[in-house]
Design a protein around this ligand. Structure first.
Ligand SMILES: [Fe+2]
Length: 382
């Protein structure tokens, strides 16, 4: 007679399920299979579903992950990219005293690939007696700063639309995982962004992380622009975050004002020509086959067209703003409102994202972020 266990094994176990986020142009919530709490421990079959869901939905959210350890977060992030060696997506220069990324967090001592981000001071966290965090605010990066009365009235800006990547030496990470451990109880705290060119306004949750779809950015181009984009290469400056350290961002957070404030290449830390990143403007999604317009408009140095034409710094920045701007329009973006325990995984090769907002005195936020430099650059399949 067969043991009872055999009968139990024949009962199908619910698999992982993705459900589109309500009232959002893209993104999905993931329901984990029964009995699995740690997503780094998903079976190969379930992980395949998660991998596909990420590439199709671009941003996926696994709720209830407040206790996820940095070790598991690192393992999960690495699992999305079999080509990776497992090192953080930025090299050590990102903490260089002049880098615009310097203040954005601290590393978890035992898992340095995981960064601690947020706002306020936390005691006894992941082996650190005390960690003081500063939420990036547009005041420190933009040229035009909102007046205090505007800020008091709830206005904010897109801090910086970007891809998580060193853009020098290393290849862009496939995905980023972002875990909200402690977030202000701000469901009713709303902030507003004014689009200065169209006078449109969007209302978002305080501290929302905003995403734009690179696939949508490509779709919104004219047929002529699509053709041109498919043959365009984006060249990034060496140590780009140090190169732009004195320059200021445009109101939309897509790029920088060109006022000759960039550091001279002679004043940058040592650099090598072979490490300068030359990436296609269009990256092809390996699962959907869709083309994504993917460029970091703040770090760009030049654009090279297929016909040999070169757009130097100022023109390159203007061109990236022109082609990316339609995809950050109010109806196109996902403004993700955080709840404690949300683990957001975004397809870093298929979206651009931006921090928004500011916090009031005493409000605190704690997050863990991980992304891993890939073993290979993204490609454009024409
Ligand atoms: Fe980021």
């Amino acid at each position: 007679m067969a043991p009872t266990a055999t009968i139990a094994q024949t009962v199908p176990v619910a698999t992982l399920k993705a459900t589109s986020l309500p009232d959002a142009p893209f993104g999905a919530t993931i329901q984990m299979p029964e009995g699995v709490t740690d997503p780094s421990k998903l079976s190969d079959a379930d992980f395949k579903v998660l991998f596909k869901a990420l590439h199709e939905n671009l941003v996926i959210v696994i709720p209830g992950q407040k206790e996820l350890s940095p070790e598991s977060q690192h393992l999960l992030t690495k699992r999305f990219d079999p080509t990776t060696e497992g090192n953080y997506g930025h090299s050590r220069e990102f903490r260089h005293e002049k880098s615009v990324l310097k203040k954005d967090g601290k590393s978890v001592p035992r898992v340095p690939q995981v960064q601690i981000l947020g706002q306020g001071t936390f005691q006894d966290h992941e082996g650190l007696d005390e960690v003081s965090l500063t939420h990036p605010i547009h005041d420190t990066f933009h040229k035009e700063i909102l007046s205090q009365s505007k800020q008091d009235a709830g206005y904010t800006k897109f801090y910086r639309w970007h891809i998580d990547s060193a853009l020098y030496g290393l290849s862009p990470p496939v995905c980023t995982t972002l875990l909200g451990i402690h977030v202000p109880n701000a469901a009713n705290e709303r902030q507003k962004i004014l689009y200065e060119d169209s006078n449109e306004e969007i209302e978002i949750a305080q501290g929302a992380t905003c995403f734009m779809s690179g696939a949508r950015a490509f779709e919104l181009l004219s047929e002529e622009d699509k053709k041109q984009a498919l043959g365009t290469t984006v060249v990034y400056a060496p140590h780009p975050y140090i190169y732009i350290s004195e320059a200021k961002a445009t109101w939309d957070g897509i790029s920088m004002h060109s006022e000759g404030k960039e550091l001279s290449f002679d004043d940058l830390p040592e650099w090598e020509t072979e490490k300068i990143k030359r990436l296609p403007l269009v990256w092809t999604n390996p699962v959907t086959g869709k083309h994504h317009l993917q460029a970091h408009g703040c770090c760009v140095w030049k654009l090279e067209r297929e016909n040999g034409e070169v757009l130097e710094l100022e023109q390159a920045r203007k061109e990236l703003r022109r082609v990316l701007r339609p995809a950050i329009s109010p109806k196109e973006i996902l403004a993700f409102s955080w709840e404690a325990g949300d683990l957001v995984i975004f397809y870093n090769r298929g979206v651009l994202h931006s921090v928004t907002g500011h916090f009031a005195e005493g409000q605190k936020r704690l997050m863990h972020q991980c992304n891993i430099a890939s073993g290979q650059d993204p490609i454009c399949k024409v």
